[in-house]
Design a protein around this ligand. Structure first.
Ligand SMILES: NC(=O)C1=CN([C@@H]2O[C@H](COP(=O)(O)OP(=O)(O)OC[C@H]3O[C@@H](n4cnc5c(N)ncnc54)[C@H](O)[C@@H]3O)[C@@H](O)[C@H]2O)[C@H](O)CC1
Ligand code: K
Length: 494
């Protein structure tokens, strides 16, 4: 499987369908030929991953995904495999009907769905039920099989899309297969890279079905996958003033930890100077924990003003609270119109008093904060993360980071990037505070908003993966990311 040059480009389902249509209409490649190429690619992947397999079970849905399954079954028969094939519907249409005929001509027997009792005995189970055409939760007879396949723990190869996963949004409306390998065709679908996809896709492979690159002319990928990156080397004559001054504002009574983590992350991410504006009561804890942070006790806007004057970038919100103290500082900071990263209570206050930003602003909500910012439910946000992150960026005229599995980044013009790194161990307190500090530090070192958000999210997630690789995802603490973060920031680009 030669890595495709298109592996970083993500397309919506509509765009993939347009590519399908172009291949058929503009290049004159019949749909059945595309289906044959898809089946050949999937069968080659099956042989590569499970070279000793000899018995395969294929589950075919009513559409062209099922058609891929019929042709894969025919190839397996011709290669001497024992093939059990179960079809969800009594007959197929169009190219899928042709494919079904070819399976039968190869000696295959199409068994009715009612024959699927228990779990068929096979070395590999091939999921050809639904692909990009999934329209709703799989019906009970299918859901029951998906559940049994997932519970059976036997090898599963999904064709194009793991059945039950929405290839456009990354959401599973109902039961969905958890594949070991998914072989996707023609182009990567954006729904296989965010939301619930990580639990269902397994190893993702792409086969472009030998379609020429020109096929994509004029179709701008809906999203792009982040690539490993770091900051350029520091000039030798750098001094602390040349790497910017971050002012972290937050830490109401009893929540010193959040603003401390934010400030510490900003230091570790290379900011020249980091000041912290917080409650007087937090100073001792902060200064003893991290004396490199210049912590100031501020009781209100007057005390904050001189600190704002001296800073280049604000990190506003960790532990800020939504009380009178936090609200007053929040208003004062926003009125400065400075570059900033807004997070946590800074976002909850924004949801209460919406405004758009003129200066470079990055907002970093998790789905709950995003729900408040868009006045939608969390379920709505997670049901279509791509439209949610675009709505956030547009509504607030900011670069928006929608955190969660497969964090998404959007700018106000609709550009979207997807983070391929990160792990469930990062869903713990303090991880968001680190990200806020990292992005602020990158802004302070001269990155513009989009670059700071993409680089910050990528470094943060890669540091989380490095820390999890070191000791496991469970028990991962935010501070565990600081050392790998520093290493990643100093690595030369691989
Ligand atoms: N078009 C091409 O040239 C190629 C397509 N490939 C494969 O085709 C599928 C897309 O096929 P399509 O027929 O559009 O849809 P599906 O097979 O994914 O879905 C089947 C069909 O099922 C109905 N349906 C959807 N959800 C449900 C549900 N929950 N319950 C019941 N029925 C449902 C709906 O009517 C769908 O149309 C693509 O993924 C590829 O695998 C080739 O591989 C490449 C060429
Ligand atoms: K499938």
């Amino acid at each position: 499987m030669t890595p495709s040059p298109h592996r970083h480009e993500l397309y919506s389902v509509d765009q993939v369908r347009a590519l399908d249509r172009r291949a058929i209409d503009a290049l004159g490649i019949p749909g059945i030929e595309l289906m044959r190429r898809a089946a050949a690619a999937a069968f080659a992947s099956l042989q590569r991953h499970w070279p000793r397999a000899r018995r395969i079970a294929v589950y075919c849905g009513p559409g062209n995904n099922g058609g891929d399954g019929f042709l894969l079954g025919a190839l397996a028969l011709q290669a001497g495999y024992q093939v059990m094939l179960f079809a969800l519907s009594g007959e197929s249409r169009g190219d899928a009907a042709t494919a079904r005929g070819r399976f039968e001509e190869a000696g295959g027997q199409v068994q009715p769905w009612s024959a699927v009792t228990g779990l068929p005995v096979a070395d590999v189970h091939v999921d050809a039920l639904y692909g990009t055409g999934l329209a709703r939760a799989p019906e009970p007879a299918v859901a029951d099989l998906l559940w049994r396949l997932n519970a059976g723990g036997e090898p599963i190869l999904a064709l194009d899309v793991p059945s039950g996963l929405n290839a456009d949004t990354g959401q599973c409306p109902g039961e969905a297969i958890s594949a070991d390998v998914t072989v996707s065709f023609i182009a990567h679908k954006r729904g296989l890279h965010t939301g619930q996809a990580a639990d269902h896709v397994g190893v993702l492979e792409l086969d472009t079905l030998a379609l020429p690159d020109e096929l994509r002319d004029g179709i701008v990928p809906d999203a792009e996958v982040l690539q490993p990156a770091t900051l350029p080397p520091r000039p030798r004559h750098a001094h602390k003033g040349s790497n910017g001054h971050v002012l972290a504002i937050g830490g109401d009574l009893g929540t010193a930890g959040a603003i401390r983590l934010c400030g510490e992350a900003a230091l570790r991410a290379g900011a020249g100077l980091v000041s912290v504006a917080t409650r007087e009561a937090n100073l001792i804890a902060l200064n003893s924990a991290r004396p490199e942070l210049m912590a100031h006790g501020v009781d209100g806007p007057q005390a904050l003003q001189p600190l704002l004057q001296r800073a280049d970038v604000l990190a506003l919100g960790p532990g800020l609270g939504q009380g009178a103290w936090g609200h007053a500082l929040w208003l004062t900071a926003l009125d400065m119109g400075m570059p900033m990263v807004l997070d946590a209570d800074g976002l909850n206050l924004l949801a209460r008093e919406p405004r758009t930003f003129e200066a470079t602003t990055v907002i970093t909500p998790h789905p709950g904060e995003a729900a408040r910012l868009l006045e939608r439910s969390i379920a709505d946000i997670e049901a279509n993360r791509y439209s949610a992150v675009r709505a956030l960026a547009r509504k607030y005229n900011a670069v928006a980071v929608l955190k969660g599995a497969g964090s998404l980044i959007a700018d106000p013009h609709g550009r979207v990037a997807v983070c391929p790194w990160g792990n469930p161990g990062m869903a713990t307190g303090g991880m968001g505070d680190l990200l806020t500090g990292i992005v602020a530090a990158l802004l302070a070192q001269g990155c513009e908003g989009w670059a700071a958000a993409c680089l910050g999210v990528g470094l943060h997630a890669r540091a989380g993966d490095a820390a999890a690789a070191d000791g496991g995802e469970r028990g991962l603490l935010a501070t565990d990311l600081l050392a790998p973060l520093r290493w990643l920031l100093n690595e030369r680009n691989a």
